[in-house]
Design a protein around this ligand. Structure first.
Ligand code: SF4
Ligand code: SF4
Length: 378
């Protein structure tokens, strides 16, 4: 089998002319847009619109990257739409804050329906045999994925494979967390989802990435590249290398290779040198992020990493309670009193980290209990 080909192209700023040139060069290195799309096809652009946030926070795909890719695909004669199902908030509201609504309007790219969905059988799925996909994905002939390189409490790194999770509309995403609370099974589900959608092309925005308490509450980190390929596993494997993170620790990458979605080990890099940041702030510990393999519920409670609220930063907004997929909720206001900081029930908590992901105040961190830290050291 021939190696996966990934164009790594230096892009130091989000200056539109610089990004346009970098995207054009990257797609050119791969043989041109016509290798991935045909004139007259309906292509849906899928940026990362996790939650309402302005571009400089590095939470969402930058509008310059969105616009540059849209221009290249429009020149190739495609009919473009765009959309995402955010973790919290509406596509219109989140897209407006991220600067994408304005870019899409300027370029004449219609908004696709990511609020409603239809069930699609997928008998080839290794773990999941049917998915409900957004109408906007089903109506298109193909999808071009525009992920952002970020850290993630559950999957350590979020990038190309995880970006397609937003093709599942609304609250249905939460069901996957409760049905498969272990990160290993969750990663297999994401790989199946990508095998079904089969993105035509991935353009990863790693100009300014995120490190630390990602994917929302982390810190921007200037990386200065775009990664472009038709292989989402290869893009994510290189994303891991940028973070100095072993790709074998990332389920979406290891399962992605094992289930035939793409290649993590045989990659041909075209273009520029891949930057590697030895000091990138990311979870490199070998232990499971969800406590998988620990065994008893008590063991998990004592050893597994857990979300933890820094009460000084909490504004009692209630987002964490709202997004927790558990019933009864694993994070609640004590006694229902909204003037107090919410509290976690670690017996109920499945470690999906949706609360940490969505907290608008960066008030939720993920910590491993002392016993777990001691055991990992031995
Ligand atoms: S989401 Fe964050 S700020 Fe809002 S109540 Fe929960 S911990 Fe506090
Ligand atoms: S409390 Fe947080 S980590 Fe635990 S199940 Fe709820 S959302 Fe997930």
């Amino acid at each position: 089998m021939s190696p996966a080909r990934v164009a790594v192209v230096a892009c130091d700023t989000y200056e539109p002319a610089v990004v346009d040139a970098a995207v054009g060069r990257a797609i050119g290195l791969l043989g041109g847009a016509e290798r991935f799309v045909s004139a007259g096809e309906r292509i849906v652009l899928k940026p990362n619109l996790l939650v309402a946030s302005t571009p400089e926070k590095a939470v969402t795909t930058h509008p310059s990257v969105f616009a540059a890719v849209a221009r290249v695909l429009a020149e190739a004669g495609t009919m473009l739409t765009w959309g995402d199902s955010p973790g919290f908030g509406s596509t219109a509201g989140v897209g407006k804050r991220a600067g994408l609504v304005a870019e899409a309007a300027r370029l004449g790219v219609r908004t696709a329906d990511f609020s409603h969905g239809r069930e699609v059988p997928f008998p080839e799925g290794a773990l999941i045999k049917r998915f409900t996909l957004a109408e906007g994905v089903l109506e298109a002939d193909g999808l071009v994925s525009l992920p952002k390189l970020k850290t993630h409490a559950l999957t350590r790194m979020t990038g190309a494979v995880k970006n397609q999770f937003g093709c599942i509309p609304g609250m249905l995403k939460g069901e996957f967390h409760t049905r498969m609370p272990d990160v290993d099974r969750f990663s297999q589900m994401l790989v199946d989802l990508n095998r079904l959608i089969a993105p035509r092309l991935v353009v990863m925005d790693a100009v300014v990435a995120m490190e630390g308490n990602g994917p929302r509450g982390g810190d921007p980190r200037h990386v200065g590249v775009l990664l472009v390929s038709d292989d989402p596993v290869a893009v994510d494997a290189l994303g891991c290398r940028i973070m100095n993170l072993d790709p074998a620790l990332v389920g979406t990458v290891s399962w992605g290779e094992r289930l035939g979605l793409g290649s993590a080990s045989d990659i041909e890099i075209l273009g520029d040198e891949l930057p590697i940041f030895a000091d990138y702030v990311v979870n490199r510990s070998a232990g499971s992020t969800t406590g998988g393999g620990i065994g008893s519920p008590l063991g998990k409670r004592l050893l597994a990493p857990r979300p933890f609220i820094v009460s000084e930063r909490c504004t009692q907004c209630g987002t964490c309670v709202l997004v927790c997929p558990m019933e009864p909720k694993a994070v609640t206001f004590p006694g229902g009193d909204r003037s107090h900081t919410p509290e976690h029930d670690y017996g109920l908590c499945i470690r999906c980290y949706c609360c940490q992901e969505m907290c608008p105040e960066r008030a939720i961190e993920v910590k491993t209990p002392l016993l777990g830290r001691l055991i990992r050291r031995t």
